[in-house]
Design a protein around this ligand. Structure first.
Ligand SMILES: [Zn+2]
Length: 313
């Protein structure tokens, strides 16, 4: 072999091995990346877990919000949902899923909590669900999404523990390598206590989807202490006084960076398995709520007047 041919073969070997390495790392990075979309549907929840393999849709807001969710899926070219989760039978969660089932989106499996309801959306949903694989959620169930991502059901247990529909919400923990998301539906303090009592459950998560739109009937201090999230997301349209000030203060005083769909619209969180980032840089909920500024101003003024009058005496 002359030296020119040898040099050519050496260059060829270097170029081809480098491109193989580039392609391999690109593929492996893509396959570990998971993006969680907290879709703004006003009052209600809708969460899309987008992985390189299986995609999951949790709730879709009220019946009128199915078009928002369908447009959002379309914008991401998603035509196939591998797992649809309906956290519970309230209209602001199950409602929009009816439109998704009526659409051309392929849905493989549907996870329900097994509680029935008399609302029209529930009847419509169950009629459409019959042509799919329907699974009843049970604490401990695990769904593999990719080699590095899986979902575990934390709530409810079967038979259902509660009569309250929110309390029976399906709660799932999404684990992506070293990062995790706890998605709580409208789980109440009772459901939180049930999860705290089960020592098999590792509640600690990087991201908490705050229960029941930030209502004070969820997110107890002990639950929050155990989850100990870095960031929290509140899905709310600002109705029913949600989120409650008490919940926001609880999160902020624990140093949790908190975002709200009612402030930022759809919130996107992305993980490579090591770090969770918010690529759109949503604005966190400020430390001091504007609703508190006026009462604090009034109190400070009154104190100043009292101090001034005492000095005059
Ligand atoms: Zn709700």
């Amino acid at each position: 072999m002359n030296s020119k041919v040898a040099a050519f073969l050496a260059v060829l070997l270097i170029v081809s091995s480098t491109s193989v390495w580039f392609i391999f790392t690109a593929i492996s990075q893509d396959s570990t990346n998971v993006t969680v979309h907290f879709i703004d549907v006003g009052q209600g929840d809708s969460i899309l877990i987008d992985t390189s393999n299986k995609d999951v849709l949790i709730d879709a807001g009220r019946p009128s919000k199915s078009s928002i969710v369908l447009n959002y899926l379309d914008s991401l070219s998603i035509t196939h949902i591998h797992l649809m989760i309906v956290t519970h039978v309230h209209e602001d969660h199950i409602g929009g899923l009816v439109g998704v089932l009526e659409s051309t989106i392929i849905v493989d499996e549907i996870l329900i909590n097994g509680q029935s309801s008399t609302i029209g959306a529930y009847t419509d949903f169950m009629n459409l669900a019959q042509s799919h694989t329907v699974t009843v959620a049970q604490r401990g169930q695990n769904f593999i999404l990719t080699e590095t991502a899986n979902l575990t059901v934390f709530n409810p247990i079967q038979p259902l523990e509660f009569t309250d529909k929110n309390a029976n919400s399906i709660v799932v923990k999404l684990q992506v390598s070293d990062t995790s998301f706890l998605l709580t539906g409208d789980a109440t303090a009772d459901a939180e206590q049930s999860m705290l009592d089960d020592l098999m459950l590792d509640l600690q998560s990087d991201i908490l989807k705050v229960g029941h739109h930030g209502s004070a009937t969820s997110t107890t201090q002990s639950f929050l202490d155990n989850v100990s999230p870095d960031s929290a997301i509140i899905c709310s349209g600002g109705e029913y006084g949600h989120p409650h000030e008490e919940t926001i203060q609880k999160l902020l005083s624990k140093g949790v960076t908190t975002y709200g769909t009612y402030l930022s619209g759809t919130i996107i969180a992305s993980t490579d398995g090591t770090t969770v980032t918010f690529p759109d840089n949503p604005e966190p909920i400020p430390e001091l709520q504007t609703s508190l500024i006026l009462p604090i101003f009034v109190i400070m003024t009154l104190l100043a007047v009292i101090v001034y009058q005492k000095k005059l005496r």
